[in-house]
Design a protein around this ligand. Structure first.
Ligand SMILES: NC(=O)c1ccc[n+]([C@@H]2O[C@H](COP(=O)([O-])OP(=O)(O)OC[C@H]3O[C@@H](n4cnc5c(N)ncnc54)[C@H](O)[C@@H]3O)[C@@H](O)[C@H]2O)c1
Length: 446
């Protein structure tokens, strides 16, 4: 009993209320982060709607379909109100959020001018950065320390100072994609990691130093990039020990969102797939960073996983065994943040007859990512206040938002967007003591 499949179970409802200010510490005040921050302020002022944000616009069905009970999610679970959200952050450039948003060219000048007095007040703290881990960047607004331990301590000092001004704190990584790093001995336990910090172990990238600082302070941490960051035994252990929920990795925004919608449809109908070729052009700073082969490798690994897990070729060798999956990302400055993605999908049906599907998504990268970043911080704050979630480490129910969801050791991730959506909503019902929804529905025909 008590598994995720069991419907109708009740749990103790002792979620702490979301009273007071929620401090959101953002690592990397670039395109995604500034679009989120400016967007939150625009919504607070009634200038725009929080489109794309499940926490702000989504509803959740409770009880039977005939009950007609579908409150807003934010009215059902105690989430921080946007008016109580306070932002702080770090970046390797000293530009304030207004300057950085202007540079990112995601939001128009009119909107940014309206928000300017507020956005100018958010100035980044000096970052922990090392160009070895992001080859295409070179910033000057950077902390100096005698070793990585010292740098972690400086971040802890920043967190403590900010914490004095708010009631609760969460952290989110919206900074650049680092080079591909595989877990080593240093990632296997908290002790090994702490020794590694002392010895400047090369396998400890800046993102891991931020994560260590956050989790040491009991601060939840979300990873919006495909970096290793919190996806190691050491960080999972620290997360559990200090009741600091974690989730990652890599915001699921454009092409992978489409993949995890389409692939489950093919599989549900037992249609085969021979090949899936995905290519992208984008011209923002993220695109420039991903132009470096080592950062691209990190992104590629994150994007590749979804199809294999959804199609389960070992269960369906006739349909998916030899699927050829290729992903390309090309840096193309004229497009800025307006990413264009193409997918060519070679499928086959009855008796093996081939067909093709073409998807051409002309998206806006940060417009898609900003509401995801917002939802993740609000839900992590909820997890921190929820007794049954706060000490379990990985919040798999947030995989809905992530390209390469973190899971418990030995557990394959669910990539299917609709399974992820059901998991998220059932988790909310579960923590509130409401009946889970199984979609069985036989009772309507009694
Ligand atoms: N926009 C999307 O659709 C999307 C989707 C999935 C993942 N992501 C990831 O989100 C991240 C942010 O994307 P973006 O478009 O905002 O990129 P961006 O380049 O505009 O912003 C990243 C910011 O992080 C800063 N930075 C780099 N290293 C840092 C460090 N160690 N400490 C503090 N700041 C640091 C950079 O100076 C920059 O301002 C990237 O890793 C990207 O791959 C974005």
């Amino acid at each position: 009993m008590g598994t995720e499949e069991q419907g109708g179970q009740k749990t103790a409802n002792k979620i702490e209320p979301a009273t007071g200010k929620l401090g959101v510490m953002v690592v990397g005040l670039g395109a995604v982060a500034t679009t989120m921050i400016a967007g939150v302020e625009a919504v607070r002022r009634g200038l725009a709607k929080p489109i794309g944000s499940l926490t702000q616009m989504g509803t959740i069905r409770l009880g039977k379909r005939t009950d007609n009970k579908s409150p807003l999610i934010k009215d059902f679970v105690p989430l921080a109100d946007l008016k109580d959200v306070v932002f702080a952050g770090w970046d390797i450039f000293a530009d304030n959020v207004y300057e950085s948003a202007t540079h990112a060219k995601v939001l128009d000048e009119k909107t940014l001018t309206q928000l300017k007095p507020y956005l100018e007040t958010i100035k980044p703290m000096p970052a922990v950065f090392d160009q070895y881990y992001v080859k295409r960047l070179n910033g000057t607004h950077v902390k100096k320390g005698k070793n990585k331990r010292d740098l972690a301590n400086q971040l802890i000092t920043d967190i403590r100072a900010f914490r004095k001004t708010v009631d609760r704190v969460v952290m989110i990584w919206c900074a650049s994609t680092e080079i591909f790093i595989e877990p080593t001995a240093v990632h296997q336990s908290i002790e090994a990691f702490e020794k590694g910090l002392e010895h400047d172990d090369i396998a400890i990238a800046p993102s891991q130093i931020y994560a260590y600082a956050a989790l040491s302070e009991g601060v939840p941490f979300a990873n919006g990039a495909p970096n290793l960051t919190v996806d190691t035994p050491a960080m999972i252990e620290l997360s559990k020990r200090n009741a600091a929920p974690i989730c990652g990795k890599d915001f699921k925004t454009g092409q992978t969102l489409m993949k995890t919608v389409l692939a489950p449809a093919f599989k549900a109908r037992m249609l085969g797939v021979r090949g899936w070729f995905s290519t992208n052009i984008l011209g923002n700073r993220d695109g420039e960073v991903l132009d470096d082969p080592q950062s691209f490798k990190t992104k590629e690994e994150s994007k590749l996983g979804s199809l294999d897990y959804i199609f389960q070729p070992e269960l369906y060798p006739d349909l998916y065994k030899n699927l050829y999956h290729k992903i390309r990302i090309n840096y193309y400055p004229p497009r800025g943040d307006d990413k264009e993605a193409w997918d060519n999908i070679d499928i086959f049906g009855w008796l093996g007859y081939p067909m093709q599907i073409k998807v051409n998504f002309l998206c806006r990268d940060s417009i898609l990512a900003a509401p995801i970043a917002l939802d993740l911080v609000l839900f992590l704050d909820l997890a921190k206040r929820t007794p049954s979630l706060r000490s379990i480490g990985i919040q798999e129910w947030l995989s809905f938002y992530l390209k390469s969801p973190q899971t418990a050791a030995g557990l394959y991730p669910e990539h299917d967007l609709f399974i992820q959506s059901m998991k998220l909503k059932n988790t909310l019902r579960h923590i509130m003591g409401a009946d889970l929804i199984t979609h069985l529905g036989l009772e309507y025909y009694d």
